[in-house]
Design a protein around this ligand. Structure first.
Ligand code: ADP
Length: 162
């Protein structure tokens, strides 16, 4: 669907984070703006405990969702298109690892943005193909995966991939 991921009434929304977990632009900025400071506090605690060097690309970790309608935010770090070797495998890993975290939380509904298709520079069609293929092949207890796309072009790319 076309929409704003911060408005989704789902169990978990996925954040296209950066490895610092300290916020940024795009989806990340929107989630922290609307979710409020509780999310950033939890991210700071994660940096101080499990992820001293930041969350590695392709991995995922959850916090609660502050003021968002969702219950949890699952933060994942997508690959930068121009930089990361093995980028398709890393992007697929973002979707798989996020679903694993959702399973561990007991989340039945999960909303994903087009990870890496903004500031991280992926062509939308390619990002959509990896997203759809990976989610379809994943073994998960999640009942509904919702791709929430910001514009008509992104929506069209995901419809083509589906
Ligand atoms: P990345 O850094 O992984 O590329 P971005 O947040 O820059 O992530 O962008 C990922 C995609 O999400 C882009 O297509 C962007 O237009 C879109 N996007 C930005 N804000 C939102 C939002 N609030 N809801 C849904 N999609 C969004």
């Amino acid at each position: 669907m076309q929409g704003d991921i911060t408005e989704q009434e789902v169990d978990a929304v996925v954040n296209a984070a950066n490895s610092s977990l300290m916020g940024g632009g795009g989806v990340d900025g929107a989630i922290h703006r609307r979710g409020g400071p509780a999310i950033l506090d939890e991210c700071r605690a994660l940096r101080a405990s499990r992820y001293g060097r930041g969350l590695p690309t392709g991995q995922a970790v959850a916090t609660t969702a502050g003021n968002l309608p969702a219950r949890w935010v699952i933060h994942t770090v997508g690959p930068v298109h121009s930089r990361d070797e093995d980028r398709s495998a890393l992007l697929a890993s973002c979707y798989r690892e996020s679903l694993k975290v959702a399973d561990s939380l007991g989340a039945a509904t999960v909303a994903f943005p087009a990870i890496s298709a903004g500031i991280y520079g992926w062509p939308m069609d390619d990002a959509a193909r990896v997203a759809v293929t990976t989610v379809r092949a994943a073994s998960t207890s999640v009942e509904e995966v919702r791709f929430v796309l910001f514009g008509a072009d992104a929506l069209a790319a995901f419809e083509r991939a589906l």
